[in-house]
Design a protein around this ligand. Sequence first.
Ligand code: DMJ
Length: 481
Amino acid sequence: MMKIIFTLLVLIVMVSCRTDKKRDGGTEKITEGVQEKDSLLLALQDEVKAETLRAWNDYKKYAWGHDVLLPLSKNHFDWYKESLGISPIDAYSTLKVMGLHAEAKEIEDYALAMDWDKDLYVQTFEVNIRILGGLLSMYHYTKHDAILDKARDFGDRILPAFQTPTGIPTHSVNLKTGKQGGNHGEGDGYVVNVAQAATYLFEFGILSYYTKDAKYYRAAKKATKAIFERKSEIGLPGELINVYTGKWEGTRWHHLQAGVDAYYEYMYKSWMIFPDPEIKAIWDYSKSKIDQYLLDVYKGHHFYTIVDMDTGAVLKRSVSLYDAFFPAVQAIAGDIEAAEKNQKTWNWIWNKFEMLPTRYKYDEDIVEYANMEINPEIIESAYYLHQITNKDLYLDMVKKYWFDIKKHCKNDVAFNSIKDVRTKEKKDYLATFFFAETMKYLYIAFSQGDFDFNDHVFNTEAHTFKKSDFDPAKAKVYLGY
Ligand code: DMJ
């Protein structure tokens, strides 16, 4: 009820501002315009916070202690035979950003009680970005030694995955025994994609910084260099690699899409907090190859597509929704023009479906994988571009994404994913990154100066850190570069 009254008040203020604008002239118009914008943004920010709290309370009611909420069946799901508490650990930094401190405190207690000595093969990439990233962000907010101990313990348990001849980690690792595993536990192919191979610089760098133990960053850097050094003659890595032989397997494809994406994201973002010149050189080289080979200007739109790693020839004109992270990285790396053209293309696809399909073949206008899980990337990029260019156009995009999410995904219990973006058929799943990323980016996009974009840096799961917390001189020593 209070919410409805507040929204009505905001609308009345907006209408009266508009009427006054017609009567008055000059500078007053500008002031009123700003007030109008502020009230609307405040209402939107308030709404995102209220919806996050509603979804979080539903998670607690139907899934507390489990990895994932199933909102349609009012049930829960665990990634493995035991829960790792992925939703709570992912939600933590978002609740802190929103000032929901009591809810966040419950998660601190939950994390402190967590025993990582579990006989489970966990996916090295996924638990690094969600659990290690989440615990380190928890330490960033609390500076509580016991939380850092939990993060260090977790880091130590996934580190054995990196003990391979190439330094590239295996797909999974057993948290109790340290044994390496493949896609289905012990003993299969040990082939990983590039993102699974080399998305560790950021979390492992932070863990090295806080523990003053360089072993984590060294392992992450070795894995990144192992991918970079296996680039083709024209300078492109592949897509899938055998961690034992170091040979590319399966395809000769390259792209910056799902399965590669965060490899590129972490080169730039880790360098922002830990200015290791070797990593910056790898980024500069890689960025030039992305621009040279992956950019496909097709019918006026700017796609980053799938090419042959040996020739650079376009192999397939198809994109996945995860790729929409790239305008954000282009923008922070200073290539605003390319970022804006790329974001315009993503926004064009969004407006076709009022959401993004998991995979879309743009030359034939075909949806290849129709589902979506309220993924954050397009919102993240619009947010970055709004912060960096100050153009209202990007804020309008975020508003549209939020209105469409509410329209198609809001449920009696939290929010639901979508099975088919064409029919909007619902899917009984609420991904953990909905809490970590989607709602966080929406909230800070609608904030007005109370979240310092310039000082913050996010891991690929949107866990928050501050650049000013890391002293570059100390980083050089603690990370050993
Ligand atoms: C997140 O888990 C991470 O951002 C990851 O790097 C890829 N994308 C998903 C959300 O879509």
